[in-house]
Design a protein around this ligand. Sequence first.
Ligand code: GLY
Length: 329
Amino acid sequence: MSRRRFIKNLGLAGAGLAINPLKSKTQPPNLTPPVKNNPLVISTWIHGMEANAGAWEILSNGGNALDAVQKGVAVTENDLNNRSVGLGGRPDRDGHVTLDACIMDHDSRCGAVAFLEEIIHPIDVARAIMDKTPHVMLVGKGAQQWALENGFTKASFQVPVPPVQKDYEEWRIKSEYKTGVNVENHDTIGMLALDANGRMAGACTTSGMAYKIRGRVGDSPIIGAGLFIDGDVGGATATGVGEAMIRTAGSSAVVESMRRGASPEEACYDIVQRILKKHPGVDGMQVGFLAMNMQGETGGYSVYNGFNYALRNKGQNEMIDAKYMRTWE
Ligand code: GLY
């Protein structure tokens, strides 16, 4: 800013004419303090049950939410029978399995990795990027190189795993590229946790859309699209066709709705409605959101039926069906 402009602004401020951020209409409502001593974890789809069990080992022992979500989603990444997360996932249309993940805490610390190949736990790479580098996100060959230089190793088994390779070879005969509702009832795992000290963290990890164009990255590693946490408000994560979440900064939008007073379910409903408005005529596009506020209230909403999430706290360990806009026969 030039000296002249600076002095002019000072003059305006002195006359009380400068914009006063405290009077902004977008000022958040009074935010209630986070609930403590009542840890809670939620995560997308049925694979969330086992992932929550991993996270619960940390949360139930007074551990922090960030370690809990990292450990929780790593359970799903480790499962080579899972076809949408980790190296057991389906490949891109050139036959390569590429992984995306991100992690975020209540202080807006975050790390992300995208288009990563041959490393079993992208969520651990995302956490290491957050802890050890000045950056948020590394991608592709550079991310792999950095991971190998920082103690990660390449998987020693065949990728794609044999049954996935077989499916891929069958798919290649027609090479039909569709982004339909996930009839297998699973996709990305997104997880949100609130620890006993009232700190929230989230993690999201996926092998992405099956048979995608090589190099395609979805919402899951994009902070604000597949995951967003604000320690004053709460967190949100997403699952489904990632392009829709990126176009709308979906998880960030959910958190901002909660900041303005919406419940987690209302906030998820709002963004699903907005996505439908922005994507007219896209039949069969499944998108689901999951949210939690700092009081430990949770909610989800999806475009189509079938989206559910796993919830674990001191008294509950169960699946919950999210509400939805449309029915897929
Ligand atoms: N939601 C995962 C993806 O679109 O890649």
